[in-house]
Write a protein that binds this ligand. Structure first.
Ligand code: ZN
Length: 182
């Protein structure tokens, strides 16, 4: 395969490009995609599917431009909720409009979980996972604790757990199946 981006035809840089099922995406095109896509998500997409994803992202920009939260749960990642419109946004940065953060839908929520992940050193991270019925984005997962690798008895662990429950409690039960795994 030649060293051009399968999407825009631009030259590939040493870092930041991702492999697709049948091509490769340059770092600039990666930047336009949803930040929630994992390496596996890229590998599952072919060039056509990735183009469709970028079209979805362009439409998302218009949606996020007009999105206004009724309620915000702040944290390392903040969750912006608008129950009336059935929409929410999860973003690390305050300027989520500029970031083109994905507008997510309550109706797409399959479940929300708090996951405790043990790392190789025996320390812990708390992850918040949203599984979605959305073909462009079916999994949004982020770390709740600011710094990785917490001891279970530490106050940082406890405050991360409190924060995870605050996120979870931002959603009512009728918004979706809510699982809690700790
Ligand atoms: Zn490109």
């Amino acid at each position: 395969m030649d060293n051009k981006c399968s999407i825009c035809g631009g030259n590939l840089t040493d870092f930041g490009s991702r492999d697709l099922k049948d091509g490769i995406v340059c770092r600039y095109c990666v930047k336009k995609a949803s930040p929630w896509l994992s390496d596996e998500d890229y590998l599952k997409k072919d060039v056509k599917a990735f183009r469709r994803h970028l079209e979805y992202r362009e439409k998302n920009q218009k949606k996020v431009d007009s999105f206004e939260p009724q309620k915000t749960i702040e944290g390392k990642y903040s969750i912006y909720l608008n129950r009336n419109n059935g929409e929410f946004v999860i973003s690390k940065r305050k300027d989520y409009k500029k970031d083109n953060a994905d507008v997510l839908y309550y109706k797409d929520i399959k479940d929300i979980s708090i996951i405790e992940e043990k790392d190789q050193t025996g320390n812990y991270n708390l992850l918040m996972q949203f599984r979605l019925k959305n073909k462009e984005l079916d999994n949004v997962c982020f770390r709740v604790n600011e710094f990785p690798g917490l001891e279970k008895e530490s106050k940082e662990y406890k405050s991360a757990l409190d924060k995870a429950y605050e996120y979870l409690n931002g959603f009512d039960e009728e918004d979706g199946l809510v699982f809690v795994e700790v």
